[in-house]
Design a protein around this ligand. Structure first.
Ligand code: P53
Length: 475
């Protein structure tokens, strides 16, 4: 007998901006992803001021799922997906973001997409905000620097809950809300919150304010969802990248603990409905006085999440420095190589045990059902005679599923499902590349945007099909 529940949600994940394409179709507005150029393993993506003629914006066409969704969903069904995680592109529903009335054509697209999934008994799992804010909201309101964003987001969420309440049960509010703790890299604050830090500004301080507004918006959305339909399950979505101490030196242990607090307090607020004491103490010490009202605090308390969704790709390792007696974690100075782990071409460590560690870390604190909504290995693939022998991807996923099962069986964690990243090859969020591939299905397109867009089943496609069929027993 499998140790996973009978209705365990096996599936795959993607995000709208990374695979839909059709960036101007159906009345869609411009999102943050539409103004980000292609980067590489070593060069960051550029964030341009609007869409600039002649530049390569990989998300504009992506893999053109918008015009191919029936064929792609058919392939997901062939793998036996029980669920499919995607996001609703905010700019399809509200092209500018501050409209009162939604764009019917955008809603219709998701109706058809979800119906197509349901036709095969594939349950859609939906993220509301996955790195795809309307660009207009940034130009006009400054993105999540502005409290007004709460209303715009809640309106968007309400429209989606009402329209899709009978098609979608599991929702998540903000994808990887804690990724913006990586604010030293402009990508992080921009994709999460639409903020470009100006000279003289303190990125960390801006981050705390934006995150607060998002947490309040999330909490209000949770309350509304439950009013609209009490069966809706609304989760948070946290990027779980455990931060280990380099060794047993007490200062390194302390640094790792403070680093974990800095990266995961978001989950405390989502789950407990209040700021943890260490955050209040930190704000006081730094003299940060974010705009937090009494009404906000009530909303946080009344809008706690139903489950904990998270991504897991890698762990990181940290070391204290002597000039930092307060242990204020800074990824640029404190992150070090883990001598025990190998990393991918993109420098992402491979650490299957870290998944079980992260699940336990969450479970010790938050006592909520968990959902692994991303996990995967970005790698180049080689096509030989129409075949892709991606045993490195199979190895990665197999090792992680083994640890996931231990977390369920040996640690007793309540796990709803597993949706590896990604169902199909898509544009990488961090680098804008096509050739940092994660999919079970190969898409013929390269980093320059050339290719036929033809879909091919990788070896991992057939392997994952068996994993699902056997409910995780045949690995
Ligand atoms: P890409 C950083 C660390 C962990 C997860 O990432 C991250 C990031 C951002 O790069 O993002 C998530 O495509 C995100 C997805 C993304 C996926 O991980 O940069 O939720 O949108 O595609 C993989 O290799």
């Amino acid at each position: 007998m499998s140790i996973l529940k009978k209705d365990f949600l096996w599936g795959g994940a993607v995000a709208a901006h990374q695979f839909e394409g059709g960036w101007k179709d159906g009345g869609k507005g411009i999102s943050v992803a539409d103004i980000m150029t292609a980067g590489s393993a070593t060069a960051n993506r550029n964030i341009t001021d609007g869409v600039v003629e002649g530049k390569n914006y990989p998300n504009h066409e992506a893999i053109d799922f918008y015009h191919n969704y029936k064929e792609d969903i058919k392939l997901f069904a062939e793998m036996g997906f029980k669920c499919f995680r995607t996001s609703i592109a905010w700019t399809r529903i509200f092209p500018n973001g501050d409209e009162k009335v939604p764009n019917e054509e955008g809603l219709k697209f998701y109706d058809e997409l979800f119906d197509e999934c349901l036709k095969y008994n594939i349950e859609p799992i939906v993220t509301l905000s996955h790195f795809e804010l309307p660009y207009y909201l940034i130009k006009k309101y400054g993105g999540w620097r502005n409290r007004k964003m709460i209303d715009f987001f809640v309106n968007f969420a309400d429209v989606c809950f009402k329209r899709f309440e009978n098609k979608v049960k599991y929702w998540m509010t903000f994808n990887e809300i804690n990724n913006q703790t990586g604010y030293n890299n402009e990508f992080c604050l921009f994709t999460n919150s639409g903020i470009k830090v100006q000279k003289g500004e303190n990125a960390e301080k801006e981050m705390y304010q934006a995150a607060h507004y998002e947490l309040v918006a999330s909490a209000i959305a949770v309350q509304h969802a439950h009013k609209i339909n009490k069966d809706l399950q609304i989760g948070c979505m946290i990027a779980m990248v455990p931060l280990y101490p380099l060794d047993s030196k007490p200062t390194n242990i302390m640094m790792a603990q403070k680093a974990m607090q800095k990266r995961y307090w978001f989950a405390n607020v989502h789950v407990d409905g209040e700021y943890p004491t260490f955050m209040k103490a930190f704000f006081a010490k730094k003299g940060y006085v974010p705009d937090i009202t009494t009404a906000d605090l009530m909303n946080l308390k009344n809008g706690t999440v139903d489950y904990l969704g998270f991504s897991y790709y890698m762990s990181k390792t940290v070391k204290a420095t002597t000039d930092n007696p307060d242990y204020e974690y800074d990824d640029l100075t404190n992150d070090v190589q883990n001598p025990f782990l190998k990393a991918s071409e993109w420098g992402w460590s491979v650490d299957p045990e870290g998944l079980r560690y992260g699940m336990n870390w969450f479970n010790d604190r938050f006592h909520l059902p968990q959902f692994i909504v991303e996990n995967g290995f970005g790698s180049r693939d080689v096509v030989e005679d129409g075949k892709i022998h991606d045993d490195y991807r199979i190895d990665y996923l197999r090792q992680h599923i083994v640890e996931m099962k231990k977390a369920v069986e040996e640690d007793g964690i309540d796990l709803l499902g597993y949706t590896p990243w990604s169902a199909i090859d898509i544009v990488s969020a961090g680098t804008g590349q096509m050739e940092k591939r994660y999919g079970f299905i190969y898409v013929d397109k390269d980093d320059e945007g050339k290719g036929t867009l033809k879909r091919l089943r990788k070896d991992s496609f057939y392997w994952y099909k068996k994993v699902i069929e056997s409910n995780g027993q045949e690995l």
